[in-house]
Design a protein around this ligand. Sequence first.
Ligand SMILES: C[S@@+](CC[C@H](N)C(=O)[O-])C[C@H]1O[C@@H](n2cnc3c(N)ncnc32)[C@H](O)[C@@H]1O
Length: 285
Amino acid sequence: MPNLTSKEFELLRDYIEKECGIDLDRDKAYLIESRLSGILAESGLSSFEELYYKLRIQKDIKMNEKVIDAITTHETLWFRDKTPWQILEKVLLPTYIDEIRQNKRSKVRIWSAGCSTGQEAYSTVMSIDSYLERHRIKDVSLDHFEILATDISHSVLEIARAGKYDSISIMRGLADEYKDKYFANEGRKWILTKKIRDRVIFKRFNLQNSFITLGKFDIVFCRYVLIYFSTQLKKEVFQKISEILNPPKGVLFLGNSEVFTDYEDSFVRMEHQGGVYYMVKESGV
Ligand SMILES: C[S@@+](CC[C@H](N)C(=O)[O-])C[C@H]1O[C@@H](n2cnc3c(N)ncnc32)[C@H](O)[C@@H]1O
């Protein structure tokens, strides 16, 4: 396999940053080398420079998709960190349900931004469905909740849309109670029930783009995505999230190990039983 030269590293690093915002230092050259070498082999390319040529000069769209799929990190699991769903059930859902009953709102809109293979979005739907059932709520249903899930990577969106998981992914974070209730076993795969699958709309979306076309949201999950971006891009994404969250109570969830400084202009940091969330401020407050 050809080695990645410094010039090739710089060309591909800049290309990757421009295409998906991922900011790779020189000490991450091994990542480009290891993740893209499979593409070289399968495409019969003899160097990383040739790959760059296909991407930049020939503007090969299929190659662009392959590179994005390979360079993005898709690690995810069911109910990752647990606290966002505890906050959803203990703090947010009771308020939304009251507001729906009082005709103060007709819908709750939720966005899983950087959804990977769908676990975050589907965990949210399962959590809402089981909450409504546990509390014997009949006048509010899943129809009141709209869940959008987006990612830049085509390959993860395909898995997410199918709602089919292998036995390793199904075990990661999913309680037996949820597995038994919401999944059917088909050979080596576990298939999510249609009722939950149909609730999520999956779309390809690059977080570097404008968010205006997506509409307004009550909850945004943007977890373990921004860690790969430059400080400047992170700042821009936080700003865009603050603009599409419904004031005064729109909520942002980050990953539990992610640190968000400089949030005070747009968000109030909230805590609930060890979990953290950020509530958008009314503009100008
Ligand atoms: C580590 S996963 C996190 C998945 C999920 N949010 C979670 O916390 O379990 C990060 C996801 O962000 C996506 N991603 C990376 N850069 C992106 C961009 N510029 N726009 C949209 N999605 C992006 C990746 O493809 C990947 O699926």
